[in-house]
Design a protein around this ligand. Structure first.
Ligand code: AMP
Ligand code: ZN
Length: 461
């Protein structure tokens, strides 16, 4: 069985051949830590967690390295810090914002059943590597200094007669069109209107570091160079998979490729570029102004993280996903059922029928259909092992049921009391009373089931 992955660069599914099967390497762009992560941010986290788990299954846990960075230097962070902690020096306020947001992010994605990546580098801990890459780019004639900025020139890259990729290849754009379409009111220090920032001066009070290229004023890095530096440090100059959301293809990933390939004189940065599609909510683009902006935290108040995880995986990662309450409710019911069946048996082996669709460019809708198949065939042990492989069943059946009771705000001892009253009514053949109690329970959202062993109950969602 071989793994096939869709590569955004070559626009085709190709058999995945790692550069070194003993050391499979993947980089995914992580969050900019200034606010609660929203449910759209959860999509790459969940999708690439499934890929990480699959790669570990195929190559062995010790042979897969997954790097997901934390962007902790950014204008949005500075703005947030100044707004939330006006009394503090800016740098202290920034540290508070990034530490607190980083903690929230971890708590959220842990609840979604995502494994921690092998390394989570922070941009501010890799400024030295960024300066080194910038120096190489200047020495190679791909970047230049202007008014204390360092700028990268895509035109210099495409003019170079070498093995380098073409700027624009990843995002399928032509540089000539980009030049023609660029804004005219471009910063005066830029030689070309598509040149982008590698390094810029810091404003007074902003975080700043010694600059490269002999620039006297202290400064800070541009966004794209951060990922080139962190990927290089932790995965080397050329690695297997680079991922992120589809919005990152241009300019972020196009610029990462340009920086890394020009600095290290190579034709590829990553062998497979993978991008998840966008998430919208109830058929509308999620935005703060529309009032339909949902954080992972909001959803976790109402739903177990595994329900969010299953709901996300019902759609193939490259398709857009429409996040709806209806679909969430269905995912909740499915997991209730799977927990009842699979969380009470020792797991067997993950089923081939579940793994095969994953090998076809992470076809998770097909994988979920296979899970339903196992359920219908009463293969509880296969279902249990397959669910665990996919990051489900982290709780026991009792924990799952108990959490549902808690979440729905019902008092279990009150329910037990009503059920014994109903049992007593039935014993004395007072069916009017026993029906009344059943209706009362139903109104509380509790469904009861009678069997030879007695009466059991569950929360009817
Ligand atoms: P950001 O913190 O905005 O840089 O985003 C972190 C990750 O979430 C990136 O991989 C983005 O592409 C991804 N992302 C942001 N919004 C959405 C969305 N609505 N749907 C899917 N992915 C998203
Ligand atoms: Zn990145």
């Amino acid at each position: 069985m071989e793994l096939r992955l869709y590569d955004t660069l070559t626009k085709e599914k190709r058999t995945f051949v790692p550069l070194n099967p003993q050391d499979v390497r993947m980089y995914v762009c992580g969050p900019t830590v200034y606010d609660f992560a929203h449910i759209g941010n959860a999509r790459p986290v969940i999708v690439f967690d499934v890929l990480f788990r699959l790669l570990r299954h195929l190559y062995g846990e010790a042979h897969v390295k997954y790097v997901r960075n934390i962007t902790d230097v950014d204008d949005k962070i500075n703005d947030r810090a100044a707004r939330d902690f006006p009394g503090l020096p800016l740098n202290e306020a920034i540290r508070k914002v990034t530490e607190e947001t980083g903690r929230q992010f971890h708590a959220d994605v842990d609840a979604l059943g995502a494994l921690r990546p092998s390394v989570e580098p922070r941009a501010t801990e890799h400024i030295g590597e960024m300066r080194e890459i910038i120096e190489k780019l200047i020495a190679g004639g791909f970047a230049y200094v202007a008014e204390d900025h360092v700028l990268f020139s895509p035109q210099a890259m495409n003019a170079a007669n070498s093995e380098l990729p073409r700027y624009g290849a990843l995002s399928n754009r032509s540089l000539d069109e980009m030049v023609a379409g660029a804004r005219v009111d471009v910063a005066p220090y830029k030689r070309g209107n598509t040149d982008f920032v590698l390094w810029k001066p810091s404003k007074p009070g902003e975080p700043s570091w010694p600059s490269p290229a002999g620039i006297k004023a202290e400064g800070r890095p541009g966004w794209h160079i951060e990922c080139s530096a962190m990927a290089w440090k932790h995965l080397g100059t050329h690695f297997d998979i680079h991922g992120g959301g589809i919005d990152l293809v241009f300019p972020h990933h196009e610029n990462e490729v340009a920086q890394s390939c020009c600095a290290f004189h190579q034709s590829r940065m990553a062998n497979y570029w993978m991008h998840n599609g966008f998430l919208q909510v109830e058929s509308e683009k999620m935005s703060k102004s529309l009032g339909n902006f949902i954080t992972i935290r909001d959803l976790l108040a109402d739903w177990p993280g595994e329900v969010l995880r299953l709901n996300m995986l019902k759609t193939h990662y490259r398709s857009p996903i429409d996040w709806t309450l209806k679909s969430l409710e269905e995912s909740g019911k499915t997991l209730d059922d799977w927990y009842r069946v699979a969380a009470v048996v020792p797991p067997g082996k993950p089923a081939t029928s579940v793994i095969e669709p994953l090998l076809d460019d992470l076809n998770t809708p097909q994988t979920i259909a296979a899970l339903h198949g196992l359920r219908n065939a009463s293969d509880a042990a296969g279902l249990a092992a397959s669910l665990r492989l996919l990051g489900f069943l982290s709780e026991t059946a009792a924990q799952w049921e108990g959490r549902k009771r808690q979440a729905s705000g019902v008092d279990a001892s009150e329910i037990d009391r009503l059920i014994s009253e109903r049992t007593a009514a039935r014993a004395r053949k007072d069916f009017k009373e026993s029906d009344r109690i059943r209706d009362q329970l139903a109104a509380m959202g509790v469904a009861i089931k009678d069997s030879k062993e007695g009466t059991t109950w569950e929360i009817a969602r």
